[in-house]
Design a protein around this ligand. Structure first.
Ligand code: HEC
Length: 111
């Protein structure tokens, strides 16, 4: 019985933890592996075909819904192709990309 309780406690603690552990490093790899960059640019800056995704991507929930269900010019990515974990990592990667500097803070551009 103590062993069982212990295992249950471990599971309860481990579950939310793994859900939180989206990893921007892995997300960068998944972003490249799944071809998001082809339309959205290497750092999600947007390109000829795709909108900018970074900095400040839409909230994770809306992001997931869009990527899974897109029926416009972007192909939808079902779970069999792109796992929830990979998608959360991609979102974490996009969130980690810093905003570009305001041009007003660059002296050479303000002469
Ligand atoms: C074939 C080109 C293409 C690829 C590959 C692609 N996208 Fe897109 N994506 C688009 C286009 C075009 C839009 C705008 C679609 C629209 O408004 O319906 C878009 C829109 C989005 C949006 C919504 C952005 C917004 O602000 O409305 C998200 C999020 C997104 N893409 C994420 C991804 C992710 C993550 C991947 C890789 C798993 C990916 N895309 C791969 C072309 C692409």
């Amino acid at each position: 019985m103590p062993l069982k309780a212990c295992a249950a406690a471990l599971l309860l603690c481990a579950l939310p933890f793994s859900a939180l552990a989206a990893d921007p490093q892995k997300g960068k790899i998944a972003f490249e592996k799944n071809g998001c960059w082809q339309c959205h640019g290497y750092v999600g800056q947007g390109g000829a075909a795709g909108k900018p995704l970074a900095p400040k991507p839409m909230p994770l929930e809306a992001f997931n819904v869009f990527v899974r269900n897109s029926n416009g010019p972007m192909p939808p990515y079902p779970k069999e192709i792109l796992s929830d974990a990979d998608l959360a990592d991609i979102h974490a990667y996009l969130t980690s990309i810093p905003a570009p500097k305001d041009y007003k803070s660059i002296p050479l551009l303000n002469q």
